[in-house]
Design a protein around this ligand. Sequence first.
Ligand SMILES: Nc1ncnc2c1ncn2[C@@H]1O[C@H](COP(=O)(O)OP(=O)(O)OP(=O)(O)O)[C@@H](O)[C@H]1O
Ligand code: NI
Length: 277
Amino acid sequence: MLTINRLSLQLPLYVSWWKREWATCLNEFSLTFCSGEVHGVVGASGAGKSLLAYAIMGLLPTAARLNGQLAYQGKPLDEARQRQLRGRELALIPQSLNALDPLARTKRQVAWAAQRAGQSSRHALQSAQRALDHYQLDARAQQAYAHELSGGMARRVLTAMAHVSQARLVIADEPTVGLDPLQRQRVLDALRGLADQGKTVILITHDLRHALPIADRVTIMRDGQQVETASARAFHGSGASLASAYARALWLALPDNGFLSHAVSQAQPTEQEITVA
Ligand SMILES: Nc1ncnc2c1ncn2[C@@H]1O[C@H](COP(=O)(O)OP(=O)(O)OP(=O)(O)O)[C@@H](O)[C@H]1O
Ligand code: NI
């Protein structure tokens, strides 16, 4: 339902105040995200995961140079369509907690998200209440301003906003950072639940362990390159079903798999991996 075809992204890099260079942040990225799937996008810090999310949502900095095509439900997803669908069909749970409005109380903010999706104001307040209850935000948190929330609470508010938006494509950018295991499980279960209703969920995380239990497929990114897209089932045993050395190294670096963390830095992308990506 969302197709990305050879998407490349460059952003200006100021090496000094008069000299600008272009940094390639995404390099010929091609992928199809399907309805009903949770698709994990996994990579180290700086791999380009959030920029991919912004490119899909149409939220890139104005100076960005973007090449390639995006299509949503068979039609090109250009800037005008992104603007029209954002917050309705397309929802982002952003990585930055600054996305919350500092001047609005929690419940009001979540209700706005529901209203943007077409609900009446009374219905929207009820939806907000339900979603916030679901993510265990109590009456005090519901009346709080953003600066009065803990990091984990703020993240759950952002998740509740995506939940009430009724979007058909939800991109969750590091939605579990700062959450305790119980809360994390709730958020991950909720994302899985959205996919089970037929929605498309893109789960961005640096931690493969969080993606694997709920993902159908996983795309591994590194330095703006798409290293490999594999079924979540391919991450098992010695990782023999994985095509790339880097994906295998990430898998084997997990604590339960022997914690061979040195393997990750040693796994240089092969010539073939670079050209495939
Ligand atoms: N507005 C910007 N201008 C210039 N470079 C940027 C900008 N935003 C991000 N970058 C660069 O693009 C690269 C990818 O950034 P991105 O935020 O997508 O990484 P990420 O994979 O989401 O990392 P993290 O896990 O830390 O959130 C980084 O090298 C970053 O420095
Ligand atoms: Ni990010």
